[in-house]
Write a protein that binds this ligand. Structure first.
Ligand code: DGL
Length: 266
């Protein structure tokens, strides 16, 4: 197989990764991919660093069983623990969300105040803070851990109880709005699924999606390496959780009409 038509290995703890897949299908419609949802271990955001590192190594090993051309980490929390060792295990280029999302947000902010909504683990790593201030050290960054949010979105109870969803989001937004940020990074790939509610609560805020930023980074890398695909032949979704549940989620959250092959991971 030509290198360019090899699949990209993509992983997340769950449906957050599907928001990355949606942008991928939009921006790079010829790409092939192997998607892995580590549903057995969600939420990543409340786990300690050592445990997370092991999970990320396992994720990389799983997608690396396939003949892939690159790995896209569709998870900010996973990105926050990547180190030299994990990069070596990968063997192909790794595309990571945090730096590229930070770069987009730096371009967007006018008043130089950026809020970051992310998981507890991502906030603890301070990687967003460091990345933003590396681009511009005059920017004020306010992190807001949202420990309940990814789980709510994954289990979809937020969509059945909109009042509760709005209440939870209000609590997380409040400290950031009080700091008068004009831009908020959705620093967890699950959060763009709540964008409708967030924009209702904070109409003037510029929300920057880490899912879109990840795909723009994929595009940049593939262009640089002359690896843009020109033929669709492999798009498979794997889960180590309940396969029926995952099927329903892909039907609900993948916005393009594609042939979805869903398998249990091995
Ligand atoms: N979607 C993931 C992220 O971008 C993490 C969600 C979780 O499992 O806590 O951080």
């Amino acid at each position: 197989m030509e290198n360019k038509n090899k699949p990209i290995g993509i992983f997340d703890s769950g449906v957050g990764g599907l928001t990355v897949v949606n942008h991928l299908l939009e921006v790079l419609p010829n790409e092939n991919f192997i998607f892995f949802a580590d549903n057995a271990n969600i939420p990543y955001g409340n786990k300690n660093k050592k445990h997370l590192k092991q999970l990320v190594i396992d994720d990389i090993r799983f997608v690396s069983k396939f003949d892939i051309k690159a790995i896209a980490i569709a998870c900010n929390t996973a990105d926050s623990v990547i180190d030299k060792k994990t990069k070596e295990i990968a063997k192909v280029d790794i595309i990571r969300p945090i730096k590229s999302t930070a770069k987009l947000a730096v371009k967007e902010t006018k008043n130089k105040k950026i809020g970051v909504m992310a998981t507890k683990a991502t906030c603890l790593s301070k990687n967003y803070l460091k990345a933003i201030n590396k681009y511009d050290d005059t920017i004020e960054v306010y992190q807001q851990p949202c420990p309940l949010l990814a789980g709510y979105i994954e289990n979809q109870n937020c969509f059945n109880n909109e009042e509760l969803m709005l209440e939870v989001l209000k609590q997380y937004l409040k400290p950031l709005l009080e700091k008068e940020v004009d831009t908020i990074i959705l620093g967890c790939t699950h959060y763009p699924l709540a964008l409708k509610y967030l924009t209702t609560l904070a109409k003037d805020i510029n929300f920057v999606s880490s899912s879109l930023a990840t795909v723009l980074e994929i595009e940049k890398l593939l262009k640089e390496k002359n690896l843009l695909a020109d033929k669709v032949h492999l798009r498979e979704f794997y889960t180590n959780g309940d396969i029926e549940e995952f099927k329903e989620k892909t039907d609900k959250f993948i916005t393009k009409d594609i042939n979805k092959i869903i398998k249990k991971s091995y």
